[in-house]
Design a protein around this ligand. Sequence first.
Ligand code: OMP
Length: 266
Amino acid sequence: VSKFLDKLTAAAKGQACCLCVGLDPDPGKFPAHLKEKGAGAISEFNRAVIDATKDLAAVYKPNLAFYEAHGETGLRALSETLAHIPSEIVTIGDAKRGDIGNSAKQYARALFDGLGFDAVTVNPYMGTDCVLPFLEYADRGVIVLVLTSNPGSADFQRHHHLFLRVVEMAAEWNKSGNVGIVVGAQHPEELAKIRLLAGDMPILVPGVGAQGGDLAAVIEAGKGKEPGRLLVNVSRGILYASSGVDFADASRKAAEDLVGRMKDGD
Ligand code: OMP
């Protein structure tokens, strides 16, 4: 068992299905008093959401696009955000990297050594050699895209059931017990099949909330045996639960509601 899996198990606090809060800050959606500060307000916004949800979240998942989009200001906000997350909560750097080994090695350095994430998302569709540099960090999580939440997942991933081959490969890559997979909430039937094939590997499920996925169906199909093996990510549904000054309280209420439904599904 990897250090990543140990940390995830502890952070799940006995819950089979647990909450991953997606930290995807979009200054255009901030409440008026922060919106006027633009990207300069990202750190303050995230800190308020973290303070309001940290007893409910097992995982925080910043998507790097929302930080890189603002250049140096955004990258500084990302570091400040990571520094604010309590050390017992798992962090996933959602970067969806995938490149030839020589380049992937540098991506892995940036995300694990530089930013210090516990885990990262990786796009495995370029093949094993592109995933290996991440796997070498045996103490960190490597969460590979299998069947994504977007409509375009039909174009290649579903073609000849290619995604099932990725599940098989993910199981082979899991020698250090540090691999997880991503399956969008839009595919509960496939999720059930993937859970059977993947054993108790952690499955990250985005697509509940703004993208309309059905939480009850996801829990039914995707629950694992050990705590924390099903991670349901919600970003916009939590961050922008209110566009007023009460945004942090509203984010807490949204997170509480989700965690309540996760417990009922146990
Ligand atoms: P919301 O739709 O706002 O809850 O955000 C979903 C988050 O999950 C975003 O950061 C997406 O980039 C990410 N995501 C998907 O939406 N679909 C996927 O198939 C995979 C991911 C991901 O890897 O997290």
